[in-house]
Design a protein around this ligand. Structure first.
Ligand code: VGL
Ligand code: ZN
Length: 196
C-alpha cells in the first residue's frame, strides 16, 4: 500500500517565512493533486520549543553556522516553527482534509529532528515506522520541504527501515546550503531512494 508523506509544508518554510525555502509555495497545488492517488496521506510538522537547541539565537551564534551537539554536528537555523506560532502552522493552501496522520517532530529542546522517523541523535524514534507497518503502508512517496534536509533524511531512513522510498522531485524544493542539494541527491541515490 502506498503512502504520501508530506514533509513540513509550513508557513515558516514558505516565502515570507522565518526559514523560507525559495519557491516553496509552488509545490502546494501539485501536492494537493497527488493526495487522492494514495492509500494514506501523512503530514509532518516541524514543532520546536522556544529554547530549541537548533536555533542560532539561543547560542548567540550566526544562523547557518554549525555547532557540535552531544549527538554530532548540527546546523544552527533562524528561529522557526515555534510551537503554537503562526509560522508553525501549515500553509493555508495545503489540503488538510485528506491527512490521516499529522506527525510532529523536533519537540525535544536538546535534539533536532530532520527525519520523520528518527531524531538527529539517530536513535530516538518518532513512532512513524510502527504506524506505517501496522497499516501495511510499505511504499512511501515523499514530497515537501526541504528536499536536502527533512525530505532527504526521511527518505534515507525509510530505506534503512525496509520501506520502499521515492522522492517526487517536482513536488519538493531545497534550501541548498553550501551544495547540500547535490550532496543529498547523491546520498539518497546511494541509499537506494528513487528520485522521480
Ligand atoms: C528543516 C531545517 C530545520 C526542514 C527543518 O524541514 O527541512 N530544515 N528544520
Ligand atoms: Zn526545524
Amino acid at each position: 500500500m502506498r503512502a504520501l508523506i508530506v514533509v513540513d509544508m509550513q508557513v515558516d518554510f514558505c516565502p515570507g517565512g522565518a526559514l523560507a525555502v525559495a519557491r516553496g509555495d509552488e509545490i502546494i497545488a501539485p501536492i494537493n493533486a497527488l493526495m487522492p492517488r494514495f492509500d494514506a496521506v501523512i503530514l509532518t510538522q516541524d514543532w520546536h520549543p522556544a529554547d530549541h537547541a537548533s536555533f542560532a539565537d539561543n547560542h548567540g551564534a550566526a544562523p547557518y553556522s554549525t555547532m557540535q551537539m552531544p549527538y554530532g554536528p548540527q546546523v544552527l537555523w533562524p528561529r522557526h516553527c515555534v510551537i503554537g506560532s503562526d509560522g508553525a502552522a501549515f500553509h493555508a493552501g495545503l489540503d488538510l482534509s485528506r491527512a490521516d496522520l499529522i506527525l510532529r517532530k523536533g519537540f525535544r529542546p536538546g535534539t533536532d529532528s530532520y527525519s520523520a522517523f528518527f531524531e538527529n541523535d539517530r536513535t530516538t524514534a518518532t513512532g512513524l515506522a510502527g504506524y506505517l507497518r501496522d497499516r501495511g503502508l510499505d511504499d512511501l512517496h515523499f514530497v515537501g520541504l526541504a528536499q536536502d534536509f527533512c525530505v532527504a533524511w526521511s527518505a534515507m531512513d525509510a530505506m534503512r527501515l525496509g520501506f520502499a522510498a521515492t522522492v517526487i522531485e517536482a513536488s519538493t524544493r531545497a534550501i541548498d546550503l553550501n551544495g547540500s542539494l547535490d550532496a543529498a541527491r547523491t546520498a539518497m541515490r546511494d541509499a537506494g531512494v528513487t528520485l522521480a
